[in-house]
Design a protein around this ligand. Structure first.
Ligand code: TTJ
Length: 649
């Protein structure tokens, strides 16, 4: 038996003025989806899931939801289930339709209910559930409330397909909202969800929302794949996770929280014995890659606290220079997460928090509670200050080393490294440099190349993992020095793209796991020291073939297993085929290397790019993956395509 909840609605012709406006709103979203979700690429597709999940996270932040499940269905639809109070089903006084219908059909209706409180959804990236509905082939919502089960369905970009209907009853104790939607293939270039992309983001959300359990379940394959994330310690566990595989300087993760002027502040940090700082800041669960007031507050408070402590305890002599913030934050892993009612985002990309009350809140809460913590934990305080003192000394040395690298660069061609086989053309726009793994492949490449505009730089073995070395040691690494000198641009503060000696920097490694690892190390180095090279599109990965097929003196090259299948299907599979699997560049002679990998007319290059919208996540991912853990690193190499857009050039 089914019972309609709201007043019976009339037929299509008798839409009220309000309802017509609703449809026009959703129509606008369909006309210009990019304006609402940024892009209709795979990234936009995944945004839809985050938007729906964020609504459920809001219910968790309000204290009424403990569990969220996300299910990927075989028909490429996705289901989000929460155990919150359920979206209200009563008639919305102004709209004259059930509140749940308002949520799914009126633009920006997101934050209208529940009154006050912090909202994750509808924030910077949040666009509201109605936008998801507008971009879906169909969407179904089921609500469990007061022992009743209600359901409504929308089709074709948010058109009401059925009125909100009570479809049954349930135990009174069961409450929640379930939403299933199928992104419209007419809107999205890609409609297949990527498990790993969702996994990373949902894990991050679980870290940021203490005690909330989030499960991702893939029901598309023969076997159901499932991951659950549940962190009672919240960001404190996030720091432990980021520092796992590194060597923490002390056992505890320092955790501080508090509220001031309605700003809820949470901070967690721990130093490791490395030299990089990994600080990530969030506002209402949204990462703020450019920081802003909350980050400034954290830096101010920690710098002051540790200097005061060091002076007071005579670790820092009266006449000694203050420790800088950078000294104190060397090897620091930190999460700053605040919740604020009305976040203001600034800067070109709107990724920087502008609310000055956030600075005041973080600065005073951290300032006050950290002093107390340091007094209670003198060993921890001493470990941090001692490390900062070492950093202070190293900073001076690094400055000298950096300047030395710059001086070498200014020698220009005279200072070029001996291993470099440079090209004769002096117009950088026409030149390219191949960074080649190993001396033997380097030799073939030198023979194969076009000397006029192709330079070859062979690297011996693996290059230094810059995620794990102090700046000063990085400059001492021969392979890295060689590259810096060859590129001509300098690095970091001294970077000058106008000095770039090659338009294309092409990383050429074996098509195996080791080669992929070397490629990753190279990209890490470039990303940390010359990110503009990647941003401006100068970095490429060469793609050597995986197979050579020979038949009746004719030769084919296959760059993937699929391509090999295709070739074999075409020429027929019989005994006269000779298939060679290339294990390394070294197995190709110079001519083959030229034909398959270096000749601009025939090769495949993949351009490396940083997805600007997710650059923050890229940074976080690099940090997670270039640590000591073997497992995640392999993961990164295999899914490396996320960073590297396929682009034939
Ligand atoms: C609002 O205040 C009254 C009680 O219910 C509150 C509410 O809206 N809760 C809520 C919304 N829980 N879950 C949602 C929700 C869940 C999903 C999966 C999707 C959407 C759009 C909302």
């Amino acid at each position: 038996m089914s019972e309609e909840v709201n007043k019976p609605q009339e037929g299509l012709q008798e839409y009220t003025a309000d309802q017509i406006q609703i449809l026009e709103g959703l129509e606008a979203v369909r006309k210009r989806p990019g304006m609402y979700i940024g892009t209709t690429s795979a990234r936009g597709l995944h945004h839809l899931v985050y938007e729906i999940v964020d609504n459920a996270v809001d219910e968790a932040l309000a204290g009424f939801c403990t569990e969220i499940e996300v299910e990927l269905n075989a028909d490429d639809s996705v289901t989000v289930i929460d155990n919150g109070r359920g979206i209200p089903v009563g008639i919305h006084p102004k709209a004259g339709i059930p509140a749940v219908e308002v949520v799914f059909t009126i633009l920006h209706a997101g934050g209208k209910f529940g009154g006050g409180g912090y909202k994750v959804s509808g924030g910077l990236h949040g666009v509201g559930a109605s936008v998801v509905n507008a971009l879906s082939e169909w969407l179904e919502v089921t609500i469990y409330q007061d022992g009743n089960v209600y359901q409504q369905r929308y089709e074709n970009g948010g058109h009401v397909a059925s009125k909100l209907t009570q479809i049954g009853t349930c135990k009174k104790s069961k409450t929640g909202t379930t939403v299933t939607f199928k992104p419209d293939p007419a809107v999205f270039e890609e409609t297949v969800f990527d498990f790993d992309t969702l996994k990373t983001r949902l894990r991050e959300t679980a870290f940021l929302t203490k005690a909330l359990k989030i499960t991702l379940r893939d029901k598309r394959g023969e076997e159901v794949k499932e991951k659950s994330y549940h962190y009672e310690g919240g960001i404190q566990e996030f720091v432990t996770y980021l520092n796992s595989g590194k060597n923490p300087l002390y056992d505890k993760v320092i955790y501080i929280d508090g509220t001031l002027n309605k700003v809820y502040v949470e901070v967690a940090f721990q130093h490791n014995d490395g030299y990089n700082e990994s600080t990530y800041s969030f506002v209402n669960n949204i990462i703020t890659p450019e920081g802003g007031m909350h980050l400034t507050g954290f830096k101010n408070a920690t710098t002051k606290c540790f200097n005061d402590y060091a002076r007071k305890n005579k670790i820092l002599k009266d006449n000694a220079q203050n420790l800088t913030g950078d000294d104190i934050r060397e090897g620091l892993t930190a999460i700053i997460s605040i919740k604020i009612e009305d976040p203001q985002f600034e800067g070109q990309t709107k990724q920087k928090l502008g609310n000055s009350e956030a600075r005041t809140a973080v600065e005073s809460i951290v300032g006050e509670k950290l002093v107390y913590f340091l007094e209670q934990n003198p060993q921890v305080a001493k470990a941090i200050v001692d490390k900062a003192l070492l950093a202070q000394k190293a900073r001076e040395k690094a400055r000298e080393a950096r300047n030395n690298v710059r001086r070498a660069n200014s020698l220009d061609n005279f200072g070029l490294p001996g291993k470099l086989a440079d090209c004769s053309n002096k117009d950088p726009k026409q030149c390219e440099i191949f960074i080649v793994e190993g001396d033997s492949a380097g030799g073939s490449a030198k023979t194969a190349r076009n000397r006029e505009n192709q330079a070859i730089l062979p690297l011996r073995g693996k290059i230094l993992n810059v995620e794990k070395a102090r700046e000063e040691r990085i400059y001492a690494n021969a392979e890295i020095k060689t590259m810096i000198t060859a590129f001509g641009t300098g690095i970091l503060q001294n970077f000058d793209i106008s000095k770039l000696r090659y338009d294309k920097i092409i990383i050429m490694t074996d098509a195996d796991v080791d080669g992929a690892h070397i490629g990753t190390l190279m990209l890490t180095f470039l990303y940390r020291f010359m990110p503009e090279l990647i941003r401006e599109g100068h970095v490429y990965l060469a793609q050597p073939p995986l197979y050579k097929v020979e038949k009746n003196k004719k030769i084919w090259y296959a760059y993937s297993d699929d391509e090999l299948k295709g070739i074999l299907n075409e020429i027929g599979r019989d005994g006269s085929n000779k298939i060679q699997r290339y294990k390394g560049l070294g197995e190709m002679d110079a001519e083959q290397l030229w034909e398959t990998t270096m000749d601009p007319a025939r090769r495949i290059l993949r351009k490396v790019s940083i997805d600007e919208e997710t650059a923050s996540e890229v940074d976080l991912t690099f940090t997670i993956l270039m640590g000591d853990k073997v497992e995640p690193r392999r993961d990164f190499i295999e899914t490396n395509a996320k960073f590297v857009k396929n682009l034939d050039v």
